[in-house]
Write a protein that binds this ligand. Structure first.
Ligand code: UTP
Length: 492
């Protein structure tokens, strides 16, 4: 422990002194031995004082007590920590067509106008599947102008500010891997006209990567291998960064949460917000949007009920017979696919952040380059060799007393960019963006060329959020083209 240099009462130098490197070493060693992690000091003798100090700093902040259960566990124990088998029941799904949508929409609009709503994007991931060598939000995502994901969200927020005359601050969670480069990107683009003061970045925490036999890995002889602590790390990071306090001071009590990879997201959705605060299925703590799963095998998390709580099961945790179960009248019983769009009350996030246990940690087998303890050399393994620990934001759902699940249309709101090709790739997302633009344009009475066989739009269309946030918005415009030619590539 580092002692206080100044006695706060007498304002004179206290007798506390900084512990020496040797004292710190002995303290850390003792602590690491107790948790079976003393190998982290293997190269101590060959390090200079600066590197020794850096290594000790990392050892001193390792949350070893919290991670106790992870050490020594084998690779067989992947995924969520084994839960006793609970009965899995279907969740109640709220649908717009079954309620007075206009009433809830008006409530949500009022919340936005009153300055109660902020946007929150988690952008700390590594984006390994996409293979983009920069923050994922900088990826060129749109079909005609190749705007980045960040630009699409920024334009949506700007359009929402104009429409509802509200401030709508934007919080972005980065990680140590992309914090600087993300901010640099926004600086370079002048914060996309949003104003520097209202775009707020903070970095999430990290957790050590482990070998399959539960030993913390070294990335360098004097540096622990760390990975971002998952999107669930948002709970602690929101609080630790002072963001929750800032929101409170500005009268923001509701967060519109979305991930960095979905250019179709409605960054603020009055209907969803109104339902979150006033629908009987919601306790106003956390609500989620879902889409109907494409088929029982689609690899998305599924909302269900366990122990009288709503929760999200990873697709691998939903037994096949339940995934394929249908209602007597047709339709899958467990169809509520998670799309990682939530509304949170800030009071609920405060409560979660107060919980010393935090959200549970999930384990995933990944490739991590690490220092070989015998040779001291960095080894980049050809295959997954390590366990990364991550918290998932959707584990907040069962903590709420009642959590609303609201079904929306996939083709209107969800086209993520996850993989370099195939499913959920730039190609599929651009197609979905163009198709949505085509539908909105058609709803204004403008003809769009379509394939006679499969109905696919035969032009590439891009609609800026600054042009319209929804089809009604679009219908108000007088500057839309009257004709769209086959093969045209048009941005509105
Ligand atoms: P993904 O689960 O898609 O992970 O993140 P990823 O790291 O972006 O991509 P892969 O798996 O390496 O290919 C979903 C969302 O959660 C954020 C991501 O930035 C994305 O918006 N995220 C993920 C974080 O903010 N922090 C994390 O530690 C992990």
């Amino acid at each position: 422990m580092i002692g206080r240099a100044i006695d706060s009462h007498s304002c004179t130098m206290s007798r506390y002194t900084m512990p020496s490197l040797e004292e710190r070493y002995q303290n850390s060693r003792q602590r690491l031995v107790a948790f079976g992690q003393a190998h982290l000091l293997t190269f101590w003798q060959s390090l200079d004082d600066r590197r020794r100090s850096e290594l000790l700093e990392q050892c001193e902040t390792l949350p070893l007590e919290m991670l106790r259960g992870e050490f020594g566990a084998g690779v067989v124990n992947l995924g969520h920590h084994a839960r006793a088998p609970h009965k899995i029941e279907p969740v109640t799904i709220v649908r717009a067509q079954e309620l007075d949508a206009a009433k809830y929409f008006a409530i949500g609009e009022e919340m936005i106008r009153a300055g109660r709503v902020a946007c929150f994007t988690v952008a700390g991931g590594q984006g390994t599947r996409l293979g983009w060598n920069a923050p994922k939000g900088t990826f060129p995502a749109t079909p005609v102008l190749h705007k980045s994901l960040f630009q699409v969200f920024a334009e949506s927020i700007l359009a929402a500010r104009r429409r509802w005359g509200a401030r709508i601050p934007w919080y972005l969670m980065t990680s140590s891997l992309n914090h600087e480069s993300t901010q640099e990107y926004f600086r370079k683009h002048d914060w996309f006209q949003l104003g520097e003061d209202s775009v707020r970045f903070f970095a999430q925490g990290t957790l050590p990567s482990l070998s399959v036999d539960g030993k913390i890995l070294l990335a360098e002889q004097h540096a622990i291998a760390l990975n971002p602590d998952g999107h669930g790390g948002a709970v602690r990071a929101l609080r630790a960064s002072g963001s929750l306090a800032k929101m409170r001071s500005e009268g923001v009590d509701t967060l519109s949460y979305f991930q960095v990879d979905n250019p179709l997201v409605k960054v603020v959705d009055p209907l969803f917000l109104g339902l979150h605060v006033s629908h009987p299925e919601s306790s106003g703590e956390v609500s989620s949007k879902v889409v109907a799963k494409r088929d029982p095998r689609e690899k998305v998390g599924v909302f269900c009920r366990q122990d009288d709580r709503t929760c999200v099961l990873e697709y691998s945790d939903l037994p096949t017979h339940l995934a394929e179960a249908t209602f007597p009248g047709g339709g899958f019983v467990h169809s509520a696919g998670s799309i990682a769009i939530h509304t949170f009350s800030t009071a609920f996030l405060e409560r979660l952040a107060d919980d010393p246990n935090g959200l549970p940690l999930h384990r995933a087998l990944k490739r991590v380059a690490s220092v070989d303890l015998t040779s001291g050399q960095l080894v980049d393994p050809p295959a997954p060799n390590a366990i990364k620990l991550e918290a998932f934001i959707f584990d907040a759902v069962p903590v709420a007393t009642r959590s609303m699940v609201f079904e929306t249309r996939r083709d209107e709101e969800f086209a993520p960019i996850k993989n370099a090709d195939g499913e959920d790739s730039p190609t599929t997302s651009k197609l979905a963006q163009s198709e949505r633009a085509a539908r909105w344009i058609e709803s204004c009475g403008i003809e769009v060329p379509r394939d006679e066989d499969d109905g696919a739009c035969l032009a590439t269309l891009e609609l800026s959020p600054l042009t319209a946030l929804d089809p009604i918005d679009l219908a108000r415009r007088s500057d839309l083209p009257r004709h769209i030619a086959i093969g045209a590539s048009i941005a509105f």
